[in-house]
Design a protein around this ligand. Structure first.
Ligand code: SAM
Length: 509
């Protein structure tokens, strides 16, 4: 357990100092097995979740008084040990239960800090009991729920989304497999527009690709004054909690909408990559990019959800997938291989180090860079303003690089952040960049989606929990003019042609 506790201490120290997320830090831990990494992730998550209560317990007990003073510097390890003692592996399941010394030694080890916990064991228990009385709660979970009521309740509102992997199965095949397992297909979730209903009813996987392209096309051509009605039907119904029922998303035919509480991560359809867990909002960027000719790039790919989706939407086009982080690159390779997408070429390298001139055939680029993740539950508090500004500067830089590719016609930028600094501010700054101004314009993305970017960037898309998705942002840049190099080249050729014609005319005379 010592290894787990040390790694957990490292993770929570970094997270509390705004130097990373639990997920990212755990993923990068060295010398741990997959199972140990999972344990560190879970423990870090729980300790941070319970932190306010653990701090209150420290305050209420005399743990850090007297000789305990010297452990102040090991505060985070102390939080882990108190968590283990009161809520974790050493929690008494019933009053009067005696935890064996062997187990205590296994969990807490033999360090002086472990002894400190044991010496104060009764104080810690009574501090917890007093807090429960104060808060009028009986169970530990309710202590936490008092702090997190909104997000916990909200969690029940959000459906689980699974995208059918077209490289492995058709939507109908997956639906049949689910029905065989006594799942009830509630059909299309769209309620009131013929547009979505007719698109969905076809259901065939091969049509799926066409359908999604059609929807993307429709979204770019339909008049926005029909926003209100269409948008309503763009939001899916939520299958009832604790039922084996599912809908098909009204907007993305390959997306199945399952009940909020369902856990399918060890289901064979997910394990074998026939269905991929992917939030609806996160399906938008590839959808917007589909329909482009030529080659495509995903600039920031791992773990590869959007890459695989894009590859499926454009199966006859090459998709370059860049990923800077070596470990995440390995995961990306593994997932692309499992998905059976054969049109993806992975480049484990910094996208910023790529030479745009080496990709003359690229017409579309996805930029979904690292962000604060504030659109996803519970991540908001992990970031300081300073970190948000650093992220914003990086996002601007990587977006600017994508807009340097000589023949790129469309660049789709997205984040799972709700912060303006990472979204509209990045767009505004990028539109002002010298190689972008007058060369690219913002294109209205997903025309009929109701929730739009903050003024004056209504051409961008925003998604919120009210849309039953994660908080998300999408902007689409479209070329309006060839880049300056090309313009200069064309001018030079034209001049040469004019000179030849002039010479010919002079020779004639
Ligand atoms: C938000 S995640 C991408 C998620 C991915 N689009 C998906 O849908 O599965 C951002 C990824 O970009 C990678 N990244 C960050 N900076 C990069 C860079 N300069 N070049 C390439 N990849 C980068 C990060 O390591 C991370 O894996």
């Amino acid at each position: 357990m010592q290894k787990i506790h040390q790694s957990t201490e490292y993770v929570i120290t970094k997270v509390l100092a705004n130097k990373g997320t639990i997920k990212g830090l755990t993923f990068n831990l060295k010398n741990l097995t997959e199972n140990q990494r999972k344990m560190v992730y879970k423990l870090s998550d729980r300790v941070i979740f319970f932190k306010p209560i653990l701090e209150e317990i420290i305050k209420k007990s005399s743990l850090l008084r007297g000789t305990g003073h010297k452990y102040k510097k090991q505060r985070n390890l102390l939080l882990i040990f108190i968590y283990e003692f009161l809520f974790g592996q050493l929690k008494k399941k019933r009053a009067g239960e005696v935890i064996s010394e062997k187990k205590i030694k296994y969990v807490l080890g033999n360090k002086p800090i472990s002894k400190l916990i044991l010496v104060h064991s009764s104080q810690l228990h009574s501090a917890l009991a007093r807090i429960k009385i104060q808060k009028k709660v009986f169970r530990d979970e309710d202590l936490v729920e008092q702090k997190e009521t909104t997000s916990n309740k909200e969690g029940l509102k959000f459906p689980k989304y699974f995208r059918v992997n077209p490289f492995k199965a058709t939507v109908d095949e997956i639906v049949q497999k689910l029905v065989l397992e006594k799942w009830v297909d509630l059909g299309s979730s769209a309620s009131n527009t013929s547009q979505q209903n007719t698109t969905l009813q076809t259901g065939q996987n091969l049509n799926k690709e066409k359908n999604e392209k059609e929807i993307s096309k429709e979204n770019s051509t339909e008049k926005s004054n029909s926003n209100q009605i269409v948008s309503k039907s763009m939001i899916c119904n939520v299958p009832e909690v604790n039922t084996k029922t599912f809908y098909r998303d009204p907007m993305i035919p390959s997306l199945l909408v399952l009940p909020p509480t369902i856990d399918l991560h060890s289901h064979y359809l997910v394990k074998q990559f026939l269905m991929i867990a992917q939030n609806k909002a996160s399906c938008f960027p590839p959808l917007i990019l589909s329909g482009m000719d030529g080659e495509l790039i995903d600039a920031t790919s791992a773990p590869g959800n959007k890459t695989i989706q894009l590859a499926g939407l454009c199966p006859n086009q090459k998709v370059y997938a860049f990923e800077k982080d070596f470990k995440r690159g390995k995961l990306l390779k593994q997932r692309v291989k499992q998905s059976k997408a054969t049109n993806v070429e992975i480049r484990v390298m910094d996208f910023l180090a790529s030479n745009p001139k080496e990709f003359p055939k690229v017409s579309g680029i996805l930029v979904d860079p690292s962000c604060s993740g504030s659109g996803v539950h519970g991540k908001k508090w992990e970031f300081t303003e300073e970190r948000i500004m650093r992220l914003s500067a990086f996002q601007h830089k990587i977006l600017c690089h994508a807009l340097k590719f000589p023949n790129v016609k469309k660049v789709v930028y997205s984040t799972c952040s709700i912060r303006k600094e990472e979204n509209e501010d990045v767009v505004a700054k990028t539109l002002e960049a010298s190689h972008v101004k007058g060369v690219f314009k913002l294109k209205r993305a997903l025309k009929n989606w109701k929730r739009r970017g903050i003024e004056p960037y209504q051409k961008c898309v925003r998604c919120s929990h009210d849309d039953l998705t994660i908080g998300f942002f999408v902007a689409c840049f479209e070329r309006i003019q060839q880049n300056l190099d090309q313009v200069k080249k064309r001018r030079r050729t034209n001049k040469k042609k004019e000179k030849i014609i002039k010479n010919k005319e002079q020779n004639k005379n």
